[in-house]
Design a protein around this ligand. Structure first.
Ligand code: PLP
Length: 416
């Protein structure tokens, strides 16, 4: 599979060198070395990304696409170069298919509104899964309310995998769009997105993939997957917050009306009629996050330099180590035991609420997430209101997971 292979021949990572690139990791929290295990929420930023944003503001800051002066041209070049880098990372055919957004959430809302308003009618169906992040649920609920379309939800098995039989049984000629997470932020499950796309297309539906948690861990090839839309967020990929991308197949983007109106997205405006700009600018109304896009480009360079195959291999080894350590903790249940998994380990502890454990871990210098991870329906499916989640980035070490287990054992002595 193009998106999930872990290249066993990849040279191993020089972890000390990688860690040295992240200034934030060199600090202590509560007098203990920081151990960051919350990359699924947001990744830390390497110096090259920080430098790119800073250099833009120090040397090139100007508005894009508007001025002929040197700074404006430099800003435009930097912004558009970042688009080329994202195109190449996702292997989109055409740079016009990469729309900069504020992130995954905005990318999904853009499709829900711009595609949904013109293509959905009463009686149509949108199929999602039980493991979606709220950002791949609520935008569809909104468009359903507006159009009379219905939301259908494919079930998840006890191991946290998509129930493929259940998914297939919900597909019909009423299904107009399938929206599915590539890698679950709460469970780490990697969904078989090529297969799901094929099934969606066979049913005549359009396929959107929420790639927020896949792009930092896996090599993505939107052409090989065959999907129509793919959404991602730079801040989960070692880039800045407030910027992300929507990949959309050109034929579909061409037919979609703008998402928002304003400057940048027009060719000409009169009070009688506005002619919209060409792709992708038609979907980028207003002054964009120029510094963010440039930082996003630097983050793509970082991912390419380290190599997504090496990142995937390193994180897979960490995940195996972490999961086997967690299995040895008395009273601990892991939620999400999919065969294909990346990035995240979710668990609950008997007799201890995640909200009580997380501060104890924080006191040991460990940044671990507690809560519903914006997946409340999924939590309900597993009969919990919250879990603890340790999630991985390229900078994590085996020792980080050893320290997690030690801190959990300490918490157990304190709380049980
Ligand atoms: N989808 C998934 C699977 C996520 O994990 C997240 C963020 O955690 C999002 C969507 C939303 O991403 P953002 O907040 O960057 O728009």
């Amino acid at each position: 599979m193009t998106t999930t292979t872990h290249n066993s021949t990849a040279a191993t990572l020089d972890l000390d060198a990688v860690r040295a690139e992240f200034p934030i990791l060199q600090q202590q929290v509560h007098g203990k070395p920081l151990i960051y295990l919350d990359s699924a929420a947001t990744t830390q930023k390497p110096q090259c990304v920080i430098d790119a944003v800073r250099a833009y503001y120090e040397c090139d800051n100007a508005n894009v696409h508007r001025g002929v002066h040197t700074l404006s041209q430099r800003a435009t070049d930097g912004y558009e170069l970042a688009r080329d880098k994202v195109r190449s990372l996702l292997n989109a055919k055409d740079r016009a298919e990469i729309v900069f957004t504020r992130g995954t959430t905005e990318a999904i809302n853009l499709v829900a509104q711009a595609w949904g308003r013109t293509n959905l009618r009463e009686g149509d169906e949108i199929l999602i899964t039980h493991m979606e992040h709220h950002s791949n649920i609520v935008p569809w609920q909104l468009i359903c309310e507006q159009t009379g379309a219905k939301l259908k939800v494919a079930p998840v098995t006890d191991t946290g995998e998509l129930d493929l039989g259940g998914f297939k049984s919900l597909l019909s000629d009423r299904t107009k769009l399938v929206a599915c997470v590539h890698v679950s932020n709460a469970l780490g499950t990697i969904n078989p997105v090529e297969t799901l796309t094929r099934l969606a297309h066979d049913a005549g539906a359009v396929m959107l993939i929420d790639g927020a948690q896949a792009t930092p861990h896996l090599k993505i090839d939107v052409q090989a997957i065959g999907c129509d839309f793919y959404a991602c967020s730079a801040h989960k990929m070692y880039g800045p917050t407030g910027i992300g991308a929507l990949y959309g197949r050109r034929e579909l983007l061409e037919l979609m009306p703008p998402y928002q109106g304003g400057g940048e997205m027009i060719k000409s405006v009169t009070f009688e009629k506005t002619i919209y700009n060409d792709l992708p600018h038609k979907f980028e109304a207003g002054t964009p996050n120029i510094a963010g896009a440039i930082g996003f480009g630097a983050a793509v360079d970082f991912l390419n330099r380290i190599g997504l195959d090496r990142i995937a291999q390193h994180e897979r080894e960490l995940l195996d180590h972490g999961m086997s350590l967690l299995d040895q903790v008395e009273g601990l249940t892991q939620i999400g035991r999919a065969k294909e998994k990346a990035g995240a380990m979710s668990f609950i502890l008997e007799g201890m609420h995640p909200y009580d454990v997380a501060p104890i871990l924080d006191y040991a210098g460990l940044a671990v997430r507690d809560g519903h991870h914006c997946t409340q329906p999924l939590m309900e499916r597993f009969g919990v209101t919250a879990t603890l989640r340790a999630s991985l980035g390229v900078y994590n070490r085996r020792e980080d997971l050893d320290a997690l287990i030690e801190a959990i054992e300490r918490a157990r002595k304190m709380l049980v």
